[in-house]
Ligand binder design. Structure first.
Ligand code: LLP
Length: 414
C-alpha cells in the first residue's frame, strides 16, 4: 500500500480537511499529474502533422478542460452538450471534431452551424448530412475490422458493434458523398477503450490506412482513443508503453505520407489517459457489518458516484486513511466495500484485502478521474459530489460545488 502511494498526490494532501470542507464523497484532481499525462500525449510524436485530441466524455469539468486547452490538445465531442462546454472552455470550432452517432437532423445542424466538422458512421447518417449540407465537408468513421477494450461493452470495432461503416460499404459511401457533392476530408476510427498492449491499436492503424488510401485528397486520418492506464497497480500491472507505441507508429505514418502525397495529418483522441490517474474519490466509512460470512464496509461511494465497477466489473485500487495517515496493509483482511445505493450490485470492491477499517476512516478510490464524475448521477436523489483541484502550488481549489437540493428541483415546472 505504501509503495503504491509513494508518489501519489493523495499522500501529499490533507484528506481530512478536504472532506470536512467540501463534503464526502469528494472528487479530487491533481493539476501536476494532469499536466504530466497530457504532455506525454502531446509529445507522443514530434511532427507538425500529428496532433492529439482529448475525448472529453472521460471528464468534462470546465476547469480541467481549460488546462487541456492550455496544454495544446484539440478535442472531440460526442454531443451538442460537449460542444457547448468546449466552447465555454475556449476551444475554437477548428479545434473541435464531432464524432457523433445516430444523431438527429437538428443535432447535425447544431454542429454544422458552428463550423465544426462532423464524422458520420453510417450510410443513413451520410445521406442525412448530404441533404442538410450538400457540397459540405465530412469525415467517415470506418470499422477497421477488429476492436479492443477492457470489456465487451466498450469494444467499438469488429463484428459485434453498432459503430462505424463496414469496409465493404466503402463504395456505397463514396457514391452517397458523390451524389451530394460532399467532400470526404477525413477518415476516423475508434477501436475501443483501454488496451495496454500496442498490438491491436497498431493493427487497426494499418487497417484504417488501407481504407484511407482508397480516398483521394484526405486532410486527416484519426485513429481514435483507447490508450489504457494500469488500474491494478498493486498487482504490478504494466503501463502502456507510449514510447514503443510512438516508435511503431512513426514509420507507418511517414511511409503513408510519402506515398499518399499532399499534406495529410494524423490524430489520436484519448479520453481516459489524461484524466484517469489525475483523479481520486475520497469517501467515508459509515458502517461495518458481517452478513453470512462477508464483511461489508459501508461507505458513501455508491454507483451514483462511480459507475465503473457495477457497469463493467471494473477494478480500482482503494486506500484508507485515519487521522490523515495512510493505513498500512500489514494485517489485511478481505472485505467487500459497498456504497449507499438501494441495489445489491452497489459494490465498489469485492473480497478486497484491506487493513482493518473503522467507522470514520476515509477511503480513497484511485484512478477515478476518467468516466467517474462524467458518468455520475443523482440516482436515489443523491447529490453529486463536489470536485476539487489541487493546483500546482499545492492549494485546493473548488472547481465544481456539490449538488444542492435546489439542483434536484431545477428542471421541474410549477
Ligand atoms: N473516441 C471515441 C469516438 C470514443 O467513443 C471514445 C470513448 C474515445 C475516443 C476515448 O476513448 P478512451 O481513450 O477514453 O478509451 N465508460 C467506459 C469507457 C467508454 C469509452 C467510450 N468511448 C469506462 O469507464 O471504461
Amino acid at each position: 500500500m505504501n509503495q503504491l502511494m509513494k508518489d501519489h498526490f493523495l499522500n501529499r494532501i490533507d484528506v481530512e480537511s478536504l472532506v470536512k470542507e467540501y463534503g464526502s464523497p469528494l472528487y479530487v484532481y491533481d493539476e501536476k499529474t494532469l499536466r504530466e499525462r497530457i504532455r506525454e500525449l502531446v509529445n507522443l510524436l514530434p511532427y507538425p502533422w500529428f496532433s492529439v485530441s482529448c475525448s472529453i466524455k472521460a471528464n468534462s469539468n470546465l476547469h480541467l478542460l481549460g488546462i487541456v486547452r492550455e496544454e495544446g490538445m484539440e478535442a472531440d465531442a460526442m454531443s451538442p452538450g460537449e460542444i457547448y462546454i468546449l466552447e465555454k472552455a475556449g476551444f475554437d470550432a477548428s479545434r473541435i471534431f464531432y464524432v457523433g452517432n445516430n444523431v438527429s437532423a437538428e443535432e447535425m445542424k447544431f454542429v454544422l452551424d458552428r463550423g465544426i466538422l462532423a464524422s458520420v458512421d453510417s450510410l443513413s447518417q451520410l445521406e442525412l448530412l448530404g441533404r442538410i449540407n450538400p457540397g459540405g465537408r465530412v469525415a467517415l468513421r470506418f470499422n477497421p475490422g477488429a476492436g479492443a477494450g477492457h470489456h465487451e461493452k466498450v469494444v467499438t470495432a469488429g463484428s459485434k458493434t453498432k459503430f462505424a461503416i463496414q469496409e465493404d460499404l466503402l463504395e456505397d459511401a463514396r457514391a452517397i458523398a458523390g451524389k451530394y457533392g460532399l467532400k470526404v476530408v477525413g477518415i476516423n476510427q475508434h477501436i475501443g477503450s483501454l488496451y495496454l498492449d500496442t498490438k491491436p491499436f497498431i493493427d487497426s492503424v494499418k487497417a484504417l490506412l488501407r481504407i484511407a488510401s482508397q480516398f483521394e485528397n484526405l486532410e486527416f486520418v484519426d485513429f481514435g482513443g483507447g490508450f489504457g492506464i494500469p488500474y491494478r497497480k498493486l498487482q504490478g500491472e504494466e503501463r502502456l508503453d507510449l514510447k514503443d507505441l510512438a516508435g511503431q507508429l512513426a514509420p507507418i505514418l511517414m511511409e503513408f505520407r510519402e506515398n499518399y502525397g499532399g499534406d495529410i495529418r494524423f490524430k489520436v483522441e484519448p479520453g481516459r489517459y489524461p484524466f484517469a490517474e489525475s483523479g481520486a474519490i475520497l469517501g467515508t466509512v459509515h458502517a461495518i457489518k458481517t452478513s453470512y460470512g462477508t464483511k461489508y464496509i459501508g461507505t458513501d461511494i455508491g454507483f451514483n458516484v462511480l459507475m465503473r465497477p457495477i457497469l463493467y466489473d471494473s477494478y480500482h485500487e482503494i486506500v484508507a486513511f485515519r487521522n490523515n495517515r495512510l493505513l498500512d496493509g500489514q494485517d489485511d483482511e478481505k472485505v467487500t466495500i459497498v456504497g449507499n445505493i438501494c441495489e445489491s450490485g452497489d459494490i465498489l470492491a469485492k473480497d478486497r484485502p484491506m487493513p482493518p477499517l473503522r467507522e470514520g476512516d476515509i477511503i480513497g478510490v484511485l484512478d477515478a478521474g476518467s468516466y467517474g464524475y462524467s458518468m455520475a448521477s443523482n440516482y436515489n436523489l443523491r447529490l453529486r459530489p463536489a470536485e476539487v483541484l489541487i493546483t500546482l502550488d499545492g492549494n485546493a481549489r473548488l472547481i465544481r460545488r456539490r449538488d444542492t437540493f435546489e439542483d434536484l428541483l431545477a428542471g421541474f415546472r410549477f
